[in-house]
Design a binder for this molecule. Structure first.
Ligand code: ADP
Ligand code: SF4
Length: 703
């Protein structure tokens, strides 16, 4: 199909200093957990974005020196020639597809603990970032930088920029955002210096100007120099000479970089979840930049709609459409717009599972795109899949996220696929969950698969069909896939932090009851030791329905795991805004309709409070009885022509939607595959040809 002329502007080339981006699609720097320890995975992952039409594809954050060591978070390094070769794999791959490669050169300053290098960290004035976030929290405080350190920093940046050029990068970054070192100079709370680097805005900006200058020197007119800067905090600060300190900073540096990459200040605001914010929410903070500089500007906003992208360009907000999450959920987003197939875009749902991968220190995962991170080690591709290995037919029982992904991918391979779904509509858990507060965008998991399945004549979906084991045998498909989901349990929680002891009886409910429409009478206690979104979301849902709600958890925070997905700060605000009483470090130890007994997690001190309904959001178990019944049929299976019965998704092991989609996809990829191709390939760092960077050069007390 032809491209819609309305979107032509997105495919115009953009000059960035000495290089030219082939279009306006810019895959911004984002951590993908692969680091230099997985150079082949990283290269293929980034190449796939370039293949999908992103005109610029950037690295994640890359340390310029061992004084910036973010372990155990997954940071990359550019410290020696092995690192150069490691990154060169990516630049070669990106160039093969005709795109530019950018590198985010990074120094973490007072936000890193240097746990591996064990060099004392440093910051402008010895101020640390007292983060309570997992992996950021620590006991090591930075030392204040002296004039020698500042000269060293400029030297490290210049040397890393030279290495980056040797590695083949086209765009070299100075990174002054997100609490990292150059950003620390910008904020007076961090920067208490009395020399020419502290005090006035002009002084606080000086180090960034110098970093840009040395990077230009290293670039030698061959590479563009980009400045990535967080503007949220500065925008909120008044200036004596401009509308805000952000305006003043941009004015002072306006023409120094070849490209402005502008963003917000912390991961929860910069990469906010769809649960709490919509597409394009950066605009009120960053919209002024283009009015000050003549250089191109790139910014993000979880953009998946080409009309929104065109709007950003036409209204003079951005020149380049930045994408991190949209490029993960659909590496082929630009190409689909180019081919007039924008309805095929697999839109990011804003769940932030990808970001949780970074917090976990592992390769990136995505709810919408199960192939991400698997391009090299499993050979998966977001758009292509091997043809069917046999003429087998497959019966999939259950049309939740796992069953639907499995059906779609098997269908694309060419298998005859029959899907039986007990409910009147497909979607599984999504049928209910997308009606909960803030979760409507998660419906894209279902909507995209529904639309893609409609194009496949070899996939038949039978709604309103609850299959028994007998019926499965009668249907006589070659392979049977059990995708029947899971059930929440009425279990309590022991002081040993494991689910134990059934809480049965009137007034005790689980999320399955609420999904089934069972009436809930207030006052309600939502008891959450699942720790992901469900407990918090249900508390909000029940409060909005007019109930008095208390949220009780043995964890120290509400929805404790959501710190990984950037949701937690806003979960707490949501609970407060809805008048939901929060009881942390608390277990439910008894319930009779009318009263719940609570105990402190550590002291066991008991309290009681009125409660008519106890909603337990805790353990989940597979709803796999159909699988058990079929397995018990033994020889009858072969007589019915059934060669295999396999559980996928929650029916195999209950998890988040990301796990279900991955599980369904994996089954589809591996059906009839050569068993030798099923194990994933292990990546490894490139062989070291000598000692790593000489850390003694960077000791805190140089002679
Ligand atoms: P997952 O996340 O693994 O995809 P879900 O719980 O979202 O799991 O979906 C499971 C789906 O399976 C539900 O829509 C449910 O109605 C359906 N289901 C469960 N048992 C049967 C059955 N015996 N026959 C047909 N469909 C079933
Ligand atoms: Fe978007 Fe979720 Fe995928 Fe991240 S994991 S790219 S937020 S769909």
């Amino acid at each position: 199909m032809a491209r819609n002329p309305r979107y032509d502007v997105l495919f115009e080339p953009v000059k960035i200093g000495p290089v030219t981006a082939p279009n306006r699609f810019y895959a911004v720097p984002h951590a993908a957990g692969m680091t230099n320890s997985m150079p082949n995975m990283r290269a293929r992952f980034r190449e796939t974005k370039a293949e999908g039409g992103w005109g610029v594809v950037c690295s994640g954050y890359v340390s310029i020196d061992p004084t910036s060591d973010d372990a155990p978070l997954p940071y990359a390094t550019l410290w020696d020639e092995d690192d150069v070769r490691s990154h060169a794999l990516m630049t070669e791959a990106v160039h093969r597809q005709g795109s530019l490669a950018g590198i985010e050169l990074w120094h973490g300053g007072g936000s890193v603990m240097n746990r591996t290098s064990r060099v004392a960290p440093m910051s402008p004035s010895g101020t640390s970032w007292m983060a309570t976030h997992v992996n950021f929290m620590g006991n090591q405080r930075p030392r204040a930088m002296d004039a020698h350190d500042i000269r060293q920093l400029l030297g490290w940046q210049k040397e890393a920029a030279r290495k980056a050029r040797r590695a083949g990068f086209d765009i070299l970054y100075v990174y002054a955002g997100m609490g990292y070192l150059p950003y620390e100079f910008l904020l007076p709370e961090w920067n208490l210096r009395t020399d020419e680097y502290g005090g006035s805005v002009a002084n606080r900006v000086r180090i960034i100007r110098q970093l840009l200058e040395v990077t230009h020197e290293a670039a030698g007119g061959q590479c563009a120099v980009a400045l990535r800067m967080s503007l949220e905090e500065l925008r909120a600060r008044p200036s004596e000479v401009a509308e805000s300190e952000a305006h003043e900073v941009v004015q002072l540096l306006s023409e120094v970089p070849d490209l402005w990459d502008v963003k917000l200040d912390s991961s929860p605001t910069d990469c906010s979840p769809s649960r709490f914010s919509a597409e394009g929410t950066h605009e009120p903070i960053i919209e002024f930049v283009k009015r000050i500089t003549t250089k191109p500007v790139v910014g993000v906003g979880r953009f998946t709609s080409p009309d929104t992208m065109v709007g950003q360009i036409r209204r003079g907000v951005l020149d380049l459409i930045g994408g991190a999450r949209p490029s993960i959920a659909d590496p082929f987003l630009p190409r689909k717009i180019d081919e007039g197939r924008e309805q095929d875009i697999r839109e990011c749902i804003g769940c932030n599972i990808c970001i949780s991968s970074w917090h976990d220190g592992v390769p990136v995962r995505c709810t919408q795109n199960p192939t991400i991170g698997e391009e090299w080690r499993r050979g998966w591709h977001p758009e292509r899949i091997a043809r069917a290995g046999s003429a087998a037919s497959v019966l999939i029982v259950g049309a939740g996220p796992s069953g639907l992904e499995c059906a779609l991918s098997l269908g694309r391979r060419g298998y005859e696929v029959n899907v039986a779904e007990a409910a009147e509509d497909i979607g599984g858990r999504l049928r209910f969950e997308t009606r909960l507060p803030g979760l409507a965008a998660w419906g894209r998991v279902l909507d995209w698969r529904r639309a893609q399945l409609e194009k496949l004549s070899n996939v038949n979906i039978y709604r309103g069909n609850r299959l028994s084991a007998e019926e499965v045998l009668e249907l006589g498909n070659t392979h049977v896939v059990i995708a029947t989901g899971s059930r929440w349990a009425r279990l309590l929680y022991s002081p040993l932090e494991i689910p134990v002891g059934l809480a049965e009886g009137p007034g005790v409910f689980t999320p399955d009851d609420i999904a089934a429409g069972v009436p809930i009478e207030g006052p309600v206690v939502v008891y959450d030791f699942d720790n992901y979104y469900m407990g918090g979301v249900l508390a909000e849902y029940l409060a909005k329905a007019g109930n008095a709600v208390s949220y009780v958890t043995p964890a120290g925070h509400a929805s404790a795991w959501t710190i990984m997905s950037n949701e937690q700060p806003q979960v707490h605000r949501m609970l407060a805004a809805n008048g939901i009483a929060l009881r942390t470090l608390t277990r439910v130890v008894g319930f009779t309709p009318g009263e719940v007994t609570l105990a402190n997690q550590f002291t066991n001190a008991e309290t009681r409070q009125p409660c008519r309904s106890l909603v337990i959001v805790g353990a989940r178990f597979s709803a796999d009885s159909l699988h058990t019944e079929l397995e018990a049929r033994g020889a009858h299976l072969a007589n019915a022509g059934i060669r295999s019965i396999t559980r996928i998704g929650d029916a195999l092991a209950p998890g988040a939607i990301v796990h279900a989609v991955y599980s369904g996809h994996r089954y589809a990829q591996e059906l009839d595959a050569d068993p030798r191709s099923i194990a994933y390939r292990r990546d490894a760092p490139l062989h070291r040809r000598g000692p790593a960077a000489d850390v003694t050069e960077h000791m805190e007390n140089p002679a």
